[in-house]
Design a protein. Structure first.
Length: 208
């Protein structure tokens, strides 16, 4: 007895996705500028979001984003497809974001800190231009509250939350990006969600 047609179609699509990624990797490793431009077009927005939520600063996130794609371009020939291309890219992005965060904390002990960038970042990049100014401000304020609360959560939990809740990666993908077991991912997500909920509730009580 043969497989149902729906299963055949699903398998065909899965095989196409694998072969498409293999072809893309082959072109990237051959130095194709067109393939690299295609890769940037797919990943620049989600990777920027990841970096921005890890760092909380637009200018720094943009700089790190450029570094990430330089690392991808230089390292693609050493990519042997032991994981998916997507998780490999997220690994690089998360590592670069954490490195930048460590560099920031080292600089913090030597330089005066300006909050202007963070304050200006909270009012940019959100919503749709067709929405009313009131709705845009309200939405930006809500997102800023969540972002500030998220920034206070310890890195292991924050990274897991961003990858799952903002980037929509699967548990398996997050495990590969973080280099931990799926059970650890789920544990970090439970703890991270609990911490975030408590921080948000505390901020709401202070506002009331």
């Amino acid at each position: 007895m043969g497989m149902p047609r729906s299963v055949d179609v699903a398998l065909d699509r899965a095989q196409e996705a694998v072969s498409d990624e293999a072809a893309l990797v082959a072109e990237l490793q051959a130095g194709s500028e067109r393939a690299f431009a295609y890769l940037v077009g797919i990943y620049q927005n989600p990777i920027y979001n990841l970096i921005f939520h890890m760092l909380g600063n637009q200018a720094e996130a943009a700089d790190v984003l450029q570094d990430v794609f330089v690392k991808i371009f230089r390292g693609i020939r050493q990519f042997h497809q032991k994981s998916s291309l997507r998780t490999w890219i997220y690994q690089i992005a998360l590592r670069e974001a954490l490195n930048e965060r460590r560099r920031f904390h080292r600089r913090l002990s030597h330089e005066p800190v300006s909050v202007e960038d963070n304050l200006s970042a909270e009012g940019k990049g959100w919503g749709n231009s067709s929405e009313s100014p009131y709705l845009l401000v309200e939405q930006a304020e809500r997102q800023a509250v969540v972002r500030r609360a998220l920034a206070t959560i310890a890195e292991p939990y924050r990274a897991a939350l961003i990858l799952r809740e903002i980037e929509n990666l699967s548990y398996e993908e997050i495990a590969q990006v973080l280099g931990v077991a799926q059970g650890t991912v789920k544990s970090r997500l439970r703890r991270g969600r609990d911490l975030l909920r408590r921080k948000l509730e505390g901020q709401l009580r202070r506002k009331a």
